[in-house]
Write a protein that binds this ligand. Structure first.
Ligand SMILES: [Zn+2]
Length: 217
């Protein structure tokens, strides 16, 4: 049996796209343009580090935490499990427990965010997030990598700080801003690496998945 094709689960970056309300807007503009007589096209990128599909480093919430450039390559490369969450409000420990997440696992969570939140350039405030209780549960399971399908693992009005603290403190690396619309729950090969920006609190990433079900059986 052949494994499937690679599927892109990252969000395209473009001027005017959605971003966290108090983060910088996204602007991609040509500073040199062949059409205007320049010999080459050159773009200037301006955006927050936590825009689109990106990863969080411990430094995002801890002043002495590690920067994104220190992330072990294995965090973003290897088998990953995609789990589908039904709860329309938040991810809670009760829904997580039956999956028996193990130490070192890479786990990506597909919620209602995927088909709902990426359709608009407006920020969606009531996206599905990890309750702080769920974050503490995942931290205790010692997952290596946790992914979510909107701009934060924590909620907009609650559990933003607590959820990040619990996961980052436990050494779990976070992928945020995934679009898992076309992904069924299951086992996949994951490749997701952030840009190597020195001592950055986060960085944009490209994330791709390929089904590993046929090789796992
Ligand atoms: Zn974050």
């Amino acid at each position: 049996m052949t494994t499937g094709d690679w599927i892109d689960v990252s969000v395209p970056l473009r001027t005017g796209m959605v971003h966290w309300p108090d983060n910088p807007p996204v602007s991609i503009e040509r500073t040199q343009d062949i059409e205007l007589g320049d010999v080459a096209n050159v773009s200037k990128l301006s955006m927050g580090a936590h825009t689109g599909t990106h990863m969080d480093a411990p430094l995002h919430f801890f002043q002495k935490g590690q920067g994104i450039h220190t992330m072990p390559l294995s965090v973003g490369m290897g088998l990953a499990r995609v789990i589908e969450i039904r709860d329309p409000e938040s991810i809670k420990p009760e829904e997580l427990r039956p999956y028996q997440i193990r130490r070192g696992e890479r786990v990506l969570f597909k919620t209602m965010n995927s088909p709902r939140c990426w359709q608009t350039n407006d920020f969606v405030e009531d996206f599905v997030y990890f309750s702080q209780e769920a974050a503490r549960y995942l931290a205790a399971q010692q997952a290596q990598t946790v992914g979510i399908d909107y701009l934060s693992v924590g909620g907009f009005t609650k559990d933003g700080v607590e959820t990040h603290h619990a996961l980052l403190e436990a050494g779990t690396w976070l992928i945020e801003g995934l679009n898992l619309t076309n992904i069924e729950p299951g086992i996949y090969e994951l490749i997701c690496h952030p840009l190597k920006i020195e001592d950055a609190d986060g960085a944009p990433a490209r994330a791709i998945l390929r089904s590993a079900e046929s090789t796992a059986k």
